[in-house]
Design a protein around this ligand. Structure first.
Ligand SMILES: [Ca+2]
Ligand SMILES: [Ca+2]
Ligand SMILES: [Ca+2]
Length: 147
């Protein structure tokens, strides 16, 4: 069954806790075995295509992901958490990380890129300008150099 029609079965969308709760019915309905061990237990909402409401469907966050290029030139395929709108908690929502092709699991990567973009837009030098204040980026102090 796939209630929300997003290509991920309800069985896989339930969390371990939800299966534990369901398994209690096993005592009341002998012969009806509810067993979560074969479920992927994504913990997403089987009734919503986008559980965390971050504008990226669960299927994309879980199964598609996107590719990022790191500063050292290495390439990695990354996935975001379908139950959190900002996987790494850096203040840059996952849909923005996807648009910028930054790593949703690396708070420094996305934040620095956002700051650089903001700095470029404002004609300001320095990676630590505006948008996100300095103490949300690994405790570094905001540093702006106006042209
Ligand atoms: Ca589904
Ligand atoms: Ca989402
Ligand atoms: Ca983020």
């Amino acid at each position: 069954m796939d209630t929300d029609g997003d290509g991920i079965s309800d069985y896989d969308e339930l969390s371990a806790e939800q299966f534990a709760a369901l398994a209690r019915f096993n005592d009341f309905f002998p012969g009806c075995l509810i067993d979560g061990t074969a479920s992927k237990q994504y913990g997403t909402d089987p009734t919503r295509v986008d559980t965390d409401g971050d504008k990226i469907p669960d299927r994309v966050e879980l199964l598609v992901g996107w590719t990022v290029v790191r500063d050292d030139g290495s390439v990695e395929h990354v996935f975001s958490d379908p139950t959190r709108g900002d996987t790494d908690g850096d203040g840059l929502p996952d849909d923005q990380e996807l648009m910028r092709l930054t790593d949703p699991g690396d708070p420094l990567g996305g934040a620095v890129r956002a700051l650089e973009d903001a700095a470029a837009r404002r004609g300001v030098e320095g990676a630590w300008c505006g948008w996100i204040d300095g103490d949300r980026v690994h405790g570094k102090t905001a540093r702006c150099v106006l042209k």
